[in-house]
Design a protein. Structure first.
Ligand code: FE
Length: 199
């Protein structure tokens, strides 16, 4: 599903963004150094490791998990993760009966503060359309096979509200530290296109 559609689209988008950036820089409306700093922040310093820390804390601390369920924005902020595109968060807890999958059908809304920048496939029209129409088929392409009785809930992100999936804790991780638990949590597991697993 992903490969060839994505490549041509990415190239076209990259060319358009470059052209736009050139004009904005020439008109002194944008400072390239500030742009680079923002991109570096979100690609190097903010990333799925933040979300993984949130999940590991939720697995380890029932009071934190309860707080996360009631007020994800505040609970996540308490770990130091906040800012751009993470202002209003909702945590979605997977259970054996219910699996959560996140998409932005309109564009590419994504919880930057906990997951960093979105992967290219998340922004692609095929994912955005098919996650809603055929979530089980999309999950199968990501290698996720859920029991037929597990219901799949698809959540459409907006500019106002971003979602973080809290995957189920893998078996055999009893007594693990939060740091070790975090190694079970992939970016895709927090979007819902993956499951947490022991590394
Ligand atoms: Fe969006």
């Amino acid at each position: 599903m992903h490969d060839h559609i994505e490549t041509s689209e990415t190239e076209e988008m990259t060319a358009r963004v470059r052209a736009l950036e050139t004009i904005l820089v020439e008109k002194c409306l944008v400072d390239p150094a500030s742009l680079d700093a923002i991109i570096e922040t979100y690609s190097e310093h903010v990333g799925p490791q933040n979300g993984a820390a949130v999940v590991a804390r939720a697995w380890s601390d029932p009071a934190f998990a309860d707080w996360l369920a009631r007020d994800a924005t505040a609970a996540i902020h308490s770990l130091g993760f906040t800012g751009r595109q993470g202002e209003h968060m909702q945590a979605l807890f997977n259970t054996p009966d219910s699996h959560n999958l996140v998409v932005c059908t309109l564009c590419s809304c994504y919880p930057w503060a906990t997951l960093g920048l979105p992967p290219v496939w998340y922004k692609s029209p095929p994912y955005r359309a098919r996650a809603v129409r055929d979530p089980r088929g999309v999950l199968a392409e990501f290698g996720v096979d859920l029991p037929a009785e597990t219901r799949i809930h698809v959540w459409d992100s907006t500019a106002e509200l971003r979602y973080l999936v809290i995957p189920m804790r893998p078996a055999g991780t009893e007594g693990w530290s939060e740091g070790k638990l975090a190694t079970c949590v992939s970016r895709n597991a927090m979007i819902g296109t993956g499951l947490a697993a022991r590394p």
